[in-house]
Unconditional design. Structure first.
Length: 200
């Protein structure tokens, strides 16, 4: 069992996940952007919604809620931050190893670190599924911000288009695209009606 004092220190460190806003939304001027913890929490719920006998659902839920744990130390580094993938991985790996060093070589922290590595390696069905959830949760949030902040966040949809692999997540994505398409059509119709009325 980990030393209780070290557990409390660890919990204080990962509290940063609740405070740290996701960089992509900050860069796009979103008024009240979600935190890293917000993102991971909804991914965990998404994993609970899938009943697929070919993947370990419990592992997916756990992986979803730890996959960005290292960002409590290194922050949310996006592809536009000027940091190489290798450097980002090494920084995050060091953070995870720091957690393990602090909490001790217990089965529980080893599971957390192993799940993080499995996600990063993206080779197992579970890791690939959670990678899908990571991208899908992002575009769900993008659509929600398009509605709440009246912004066009096309780049988020472009960056994930055609990249979903799991059939259930693909179906969710198609439903989301349809919802967004309907919203955009209605917006165009409203603009046309407004111009028609006020330019007569």
């Amino acid at each position: 069992m980990s030393n209780p004092v070290n557990v409390i220190r660890f919990l204080h460190v990962i509290e940063n996940l609740k405070r740290t806003k996701r960089t992509g939304w900050l860069d796009n001027g979103i008024h009240q952007p979600e935190s890293i913890a917000d993102h991971m929490h909804r991914m965990g719920v998404m994993a609970m919604l899938v009943n697929d006998p070919t993947i370990n659902r419990d592992k997916c839920i756990k992986m979803a809620i730890v996959h960005d744990l290292a960002e409590a130390v290194v922050g949310d580094i996006t592809p536009h931050a000027g940091v190489s993938k290798e450097d980002k991985f090494n920084m995050e790996k060091e953070a995870m190893e720091g957690f393990k060093s602090s909490l001790g070589d217990t089965d529980t922290i080893t599971e957390i670190v192993d799940l993080w590595h499995e996600y990063e390696e993206a080779k197992t069905p579970e890791a690939l599924f959670v990678k899908d959830l990571d991208k899908f949760e992002m575009i769900v949030q993008a659509l929600e911000y398009e509605k709440s902040d009246k912004k066009k966040l096309q780049g988020f949809f472009d960056s994930t288009m055609g990249k979903f692999q799991h059939p259930i997540v693909k179906a969710w994505a198609e439903a989301l695209y349809k919802e967004r398409e309907d919203i955009l059509k209605k917006k165009k119709k409203d603009i046309f009606l407004y111009l028609y009325i006020f330019t007569k």
